[in-house]
Design a protein around this ligand. Structure first.
Ligand SMILES: [Zn+2]
Length: 226
């Protein structure tokens, strides 16, 4: 049994790139946790300082419902400012992550890709790499970056593009990911948006075809220590 921790910026990121893989971990008896660092909503407002607590609460309620569908044992929601992680000191993000690493002692971490268009995703990638430097005895053995559709593919920059080299056959668990995304009413979109159910299925089919299975999720290996 392993401890799995998904470290993400916004509610729905913990599903988009890795939801079906986490559901597979759950089926294998692993303990899965998600840490979502941003409140995920205030950048949609004209006045970013006017937080609508009801909307944040609704989103967080959805996130908890979704976590149950996937089988996350716990979902931890922090309240860093949506799409403004670059206004924070990186060290402050690192400290939050470190507190959860001490508490949960994950064997495997899944997190954002450093080349994503979204600034919060980039900052999380940097913070996770710093927080997990292999200097302690309790090292995180495996770290992988997931793809977050509507961010990873929208950074049209070759040198930092997502080049997956680790694939998980999710033929058995893709349905849970789709059910979970359907539940995220404020995040799901109509086709052809990348966060539509049709696009998520298409993406799983493409990655599946790369490795000769029906559906897959794709990752970039950051490091594996054995
Ligand atoms: Zn995000």
């Amino acid at each position: 049994m392993k401890n799995i921790l998904v470290i993400a910026a916004h509610p729905d990121d913990e599903i988009l790139g890795v939801g079906a893989t986490v559901a597979k971990h759950v089926n294998n008896g692993d303990r899965c946790f998600a840490l979502v660092l941003g409140e995920g909503i205030t950048s949609r407002y004209e006045n970013k300082n006017q937080v609508n607590n009801i909307e944040v609460e609704d989103l967080h309620k959805d996130a908890n419902g979704v976590a149950k569908i996937i089988g996350y044992e716990d979902l931890y929601l922090e309240n860093l400012p949506d799409n403004r992680f670059d206004s924070l000191n990186l060290l402050d993000i690192i400290k939050v992550i470190e507190a959860y690493l001490n508490k949960l002692k994950p064997d495997i971490i899944y997190t954002h890709h450093g080349g994503d268009l979204n600034i919060d995703h980039k900052k999380i990638y940097e913070a996770v790499l710093t927080a997990t430097r292999p200097i302690n005895k309790e090292q995180v053995k495996e770290i992988y970056c997931f793809e977050t559709v509507s961010s990873t593919e929208w950074n049209f920059e070759y040198k930092n593009s997502f080049r997956p080299n680790y694939f998980v056959d999710v033929t058995e668990t893709l349905n849970k990911k789709l059910k979970a995304m359907k539940y995220y009413k404020s995040e799901i979109r109509d086709f052809p948006h990348p966060r539509s159910l049709e696009s998520l299925v298409a993406s799983a089919k493409v990655w599946g075809s790369v490795i000769g299975v029906k559906y897959a999720e794709a990752f970039e290996v950051v490091r594996i220590i054995t």
